[in-house]
Design a protein around this ligand. Structure first.
Ligand code: AMP
Length: 279
């Protein structure tokens, strides 16, 4: 496995390999969720490139960026064991080489949900992902549905800009207690973790309600919010039910919809979602 730190070297690596290349962009602190993307990338491509880059441009607060977990040695050993060919891990100075003045803004999809709570976040994501696409030139790029809005934004960017890459969204991997795996979970206290479990449980309630023929968004949202309010020290940011394509709020679940929850627990922002459909 090659560990590559510069843009020049990753371009060289790309020019030397033939066949399909799968890219898995990450911010490191890898867990089984990331590794599920790596596994599929390995099945579908001749070469796997994983990027590890904690992207300052997508963090609102400097302290969140500074305290984001970094576990490079463990990450590299997991990727080596998984048969990854190249790990691209530039530092911020290398990635942005001074100042990047270009921004990529996907309208509409980014002004709500995570975008409302984290202004500029998706512009930062789009900038770094498009740079990674240009450097690695992958045939396929793997993203988790765990960050559903991110998947929609990137799909839109790729379509709008005719980027020659196929986006492959992958299912959310969860812990035994239902909590979606996240690099940030390691910061949860024991009681915080108890509270955080209300998030997947609320999504399960929603799934059950829809399965039982309840399609009123108002009613379903209220039920989910009520369940979340039973968790100690869980500050709910939003519970939204939106159209899967446009991310616009729905009144009724009469088409494929995303149920999205964001909440803060132990100062950690947790997000999760569920895809539902009445059909
Ligand atoms: P991150 O390192 O948090 O930026 O995540 C890198 C990629 O892994 C993103 O496409 C995430 O959506 C995906 N990912 C993170 N957590 C999970 C999970 N629990 N299951 C599946 N994919 C995930």
């Amino acid at each position: 496995m090659q560990v590559i730190r510069t843009r020049r070297d990753i371009r060289n690596w790309r020019s030397e390999v033939s066949g399909w290349v799968g890219l898995v962009p990450t911010m490191g602190a890898l867990h089984a969720g990331h590794m599920s993307l790596v596994d599929v990338a390995g099945q579908e491509n001749d070469h796997i490139c994983v990027s590890i880059f904690v992207n300052p441009r997508q963090f609102g607060s400097k302290s969140d960026f500074a305290t984001y977990p970094r576990t490079t040695d463990e990450d590299l050993s997991m990727l080596q064991d998984a048969g990854v060919d190249a790990v691209f891990m530039p530092d911020a100075g290398e990635m942005y080489a001074g100042s990047a003045r270009t921004s990529i803004h996907v309208a509409d999809l980014t002004d709500r949900l995570e975008g409302a709570s984290r202004p500029g976040h998706f512009d930062g994501v789009c900038l770094v992902v498009s740079k990674l696409f240009n450097l690695v030139q992958p045939d396929h790029a793997y993203f988790g549905w765990k960050d559903a809005q991110q998947v929609r934004v990137i799909q839109q960017m790729v379509d709008d800009l005719d980027m020659p890459v196929q986006i492959r969204p992958m299912p959310t991997v969860r812990d035994d207690d239902g909590l979606a795996l996240s690099s940030r979970n390691c910061g949860l206290t024991i009681s915080g973790r108890e509270s955080a479990r209300h998030i997947p449980a609320a999504l399960e309630l929603v799934e059950q309600a829809v399965r039982n023929g309840e399609f009123s968004v108002d009613l379903i949202r209220r039920r989910a919010i009520e369940h979340l309010s039973g968790a100690e020290d869980l500050e709910v940011d939003y519970v939204q039910i939106v159209d899967l394509e446009s991310l616009q709020p729905l009144d009724r679940i009469d088409r494929p919809a995303l149920v999205l929850i964001a909440a803060i627990c132990d100062d950690i922002r947790l997000i999760d979602n569920l895809l539902v459909s009445s059909v």
